[in-house]
Design a protein around this ligand. Structure first.
Ligand SMILES: [Zn+2]
Length: 306
């Protein structure tokens, strides 16, 4: 399959191909039917937990039938939720012990070295979305990547002032001396949807709005370039445009631009599509030009993994 990755920031991806993919997949894979199915599954799990939870069985056997029957629905639901939470932490406990046995103890020397310090080659900036964990999809192991996740994987400009994202950037670049920064966008991003839905006159007391406005230029460019497309398709376009916007913003940090200009640091964009499980990757081709507002940078080393 041809690579739909960007050739320049002004053309972040192969538009017609991208639109076609969205049209074909949207309703069939993540349509309303599947969503309702997921809700049913959750409900079923809750019921199963309630029906089989050991504490509830014990209580039911001790109480006389009449008392058991008096439990109203809300109390039952509350108990079921408690059981569900206990189940979940029991699950986490087993996952942790499995990690300890299979990863930690089997690679004890590696983890002992990590206990002395970290020297990751990558800094990752990814969305906080629960479906797009970079360690999960790209297989980063402990010590390999310094990760910051925020709503819509945005990077504010240097002039924007302090945030947890640029604090992490400062530490990763200046203290850890990472060699690569990878900003990963993704499909169906709720943060980008919020950005694209934002109205100028909206209440600015929302933390989400105050944050996603960081990507406002990306949404303006998208609305200008893709006004003929549906809102969903515009959001998809903006998911990639905002990654490029973040790459440009990275270069507003003097200590990042200097390292990029010297070839000590490379800045990459990525896009994970969890609908058809594909990953696009590209690298900013910095040639030392002055960074002007809304300037465009060429990209290189584009890959499309499918
Ligand atoms: Zn997202």
């Amino acid at each position: 399959m041809a690579t739909p990755s960007p050739t320049t920031f002004s053309q972040p991806f192969n538009f017609s191909k991208d639109v076609r993919r969205t049209t074909l997949k949207t309703s069939t894979i993540f349509g309303p039917k599947l969503k309702s199915g997921e809700i049913e599954h959750t409900h079923l799990r809750l019921l199963t937990s309630f029906m089989t939870g050991p504490r509830l069985e014990l209580k039911a056997s001790k109480d006389p039938p009449g008392l058991t029957q008096q439990l109203d629905n809300s109390r039952l639901e509350s108990l079921a939720e408690t059981e569900n939470v206990c189940d979940f932490f029991e699950d986490l406990k087993h996952r942790f012990l499995r990690f300890k046995k299979r990863k930690f103890k089997e690679n004890l020397e590696h983890f002992q070295n990590l206990a002395q310090g970290q020297a990751p080659k990558f800094m990752i900036i990814a969305c906080a979305d629960s479906r797009v964990c970079p360690s999960n999809i790209l297989g980063f192991q402990p010590g390999e990547a310094f990760v910051v996740r925020n709503i819509a994987n945005l990077v504010p400009t240097f002039e924007s002032g302090p945030s947890e994202t640029n604090a992490a950037l400062e530490f990763a670049v200046n203290a850890l001396k990472v060699e690569n920064i990878l900003v990963i966008g993704h499909s169906r991003c709720g943060g980008i949807r919020a950005l694209m839905s934002m109205q100028d006159e909206e209440d600015s007391s929302s933390f989400i709005r105050s944050w996603v406005v960081v990507g406002k230029n990306a949404s303006l460019i998208t609305k200008s370039a893709a006004s003929n497309l549906s809102f969903d398709q515009q959001c998809r376009h903006c998911e990639k445009e905002s990654v490029n916007h973040s790459l440009s913003n990275l270069l507003t940090y003097p200590w990042i631009e200097e390292k990029v200009a010297r070839g000590e640091l490379f800045v990459h964009g990525g896009y994970y599509d969890f609908i058809d499980c594909t990953f696009e990757k590209w690298t900013l081709d910095y040639e030392g030009g002055n960074l002007e507002k809304n300037s465009r940078f060429a990209v290189k080393n584009q890959f499309y993994w499918c």
